[in-house]
Write a protein that binds this ligand. Structure first.
Ligand SMILES: [Fe+2]
Ligand SMILES: [Fe+2]
Length: 349
């Protein structure tokens, strides 16, 4: 029987089509391969895994707190709204927020799947097509894993959040292939890594923590791919072309930082939406979290050469310039090591 996702809010019945422009690019110089990209491709092939096998789906989620995340990460934690809630209401809030977040991961992963396929088609260099092909199967696996977590374990799903939809629309619909990389590989996957990391490192539930660790192991390769591919491209562009990319990036960063506030989940819970969104904007914990979202984006952006005064001013305004000097390599190595630790724990049990 075909599964149906149980959406808690009305979802578009007709799906969503984007008029993705762009050309298909075929080239015959098969011998031209950049060493870095080819070794990433080898890694992509060697690190394939099966979501059915590697994740222990027999582990149940918690009743009161499905993924076992701390309440400090809830935007309204400590506010009068939270203090007034009964234990049952708090449990319902945790579950809705976790289902909402997981749903956004799922929809973002489908966006990534489409983007990776688009890169295969549009990117001119064969070595990049090779790598992007491994990313296509990675993203399909991520969609599979998050969909199963929602369907079998959390029980409910939310439709795509409007700001995320707006960003995906621009990324998937972009005419030039470098925008697909910039929007997906650098911005969306960079943000996703920061949010996944919170679940991987804090979730008490082992199924949730390991699933996010395994997805992160792939995602950090994807960010490395975007970085490698764009580093060769942006320095060759004219200043005007780079300025357009910088503008796109800045808008995307503000959109995700300021509007990704879960309006629909507060409404679903019957809570005062405005108050909850205000609390989310004001809360020290959420502000710190929103800055950390950029921990991987800022050094990547600097590295690929989109480092004009407008970008630097925007990052300074967001209070995230401290990340400019972050060395990404140890973070990527840690993503890999953490995933292996979960494998080790499962073998030992
Ligand atoms: Fe992914
Ligand atoms: Fe990815």
């Amino acid at each position: 029987m075909a599964f149906e996702m149980n959406y808690v809010l009305p979802v578009d019945q007709t799906g969503w089509k984007i008029d993705g422009q762009g050309e298909a690019n075929l080239r015959w110089d098969y011998d031209v391969g950049r060493e870095g990209l080819l070794s990433l491709y080898d890694k992509g092939k060697a690190q394939q895994w099966d979501a059915k096998e590697r994740i222990d789906w027999s582990i149940p989620l918690g009743e009161e707190n499905p993924l076992g995340l701390s309440d400090e990460g809830i935007a309204i934690y400590g506010t009068p709204i939270w203090e007034r809630m009964t234990a049952a209401e708090r449990a319902r809030t945790r579950k809705a927020l976790q289902s909402w977040q997981t749903s956004q991961f799922l929809h973002g992963e489908q966006g990534a799947l489409v983007c990776a396929a688009k890169i295969v088609q549009q990117v001119p260099m064969v070595d990049a097509k090779y790598y992007a092909a491994t990313q296509v199967i990675d993203e399909a696996r991520h969609v599979e894993a998050f969909a199963r977590l929602l369907r079998e374990k959390l029980g409910n799903a939310f439709p795509i959040n409007p700001p995320l939809k707006a960003l995906l629309n621009d990324v998937v619909g972009a005419k030039d292939w470098d925008y697909v990389y910039l929007g997906m590989q650098v911005l969306i996957e960079g943000l996703a890594l920061a949010v996944f990391q919170r679940v991987r490192d804090q979730a008490e539930n082992k199924l949730a923590a390991s699933l996010h660790a395994y997805v992160m192991q792939d995602e950090s390769r994807h960010v490395a791919f975007g970085r490698m591919a764009l580093r060769d491209v942006y320095p060759q562009m004219t200043e005007a072309e780079r300025a357009q990319r910088e503008e796109f990036l800045i808008q995307g960063c503000y959109l995700m930082r300021d509007r990704f506030l879960g309006e629909e989940v507060w409404a679903y819970l019957g809570l005062p939406v405005k108050e909850c969104m205000e609390a989310s904007k004001r809360s020290d914990g959420m502000r710190a979290f929103r800055s950390r979202l950029f921990a991987r984006i800022v050094p990547t952006v600097r590295d690929i050469g989109l480092w004009g005064p407008k970008v630097q001013t925007a990052f300074a305004d967001m209070g995230v310039m401290e990340f400019a000097s972050v060395d990404l390599e140890p973070l990527f190595q840690r993503d890999d090591a953490r995933a292996r630790e979960f494998d080790g724990q499962r073998q030992a049990s």
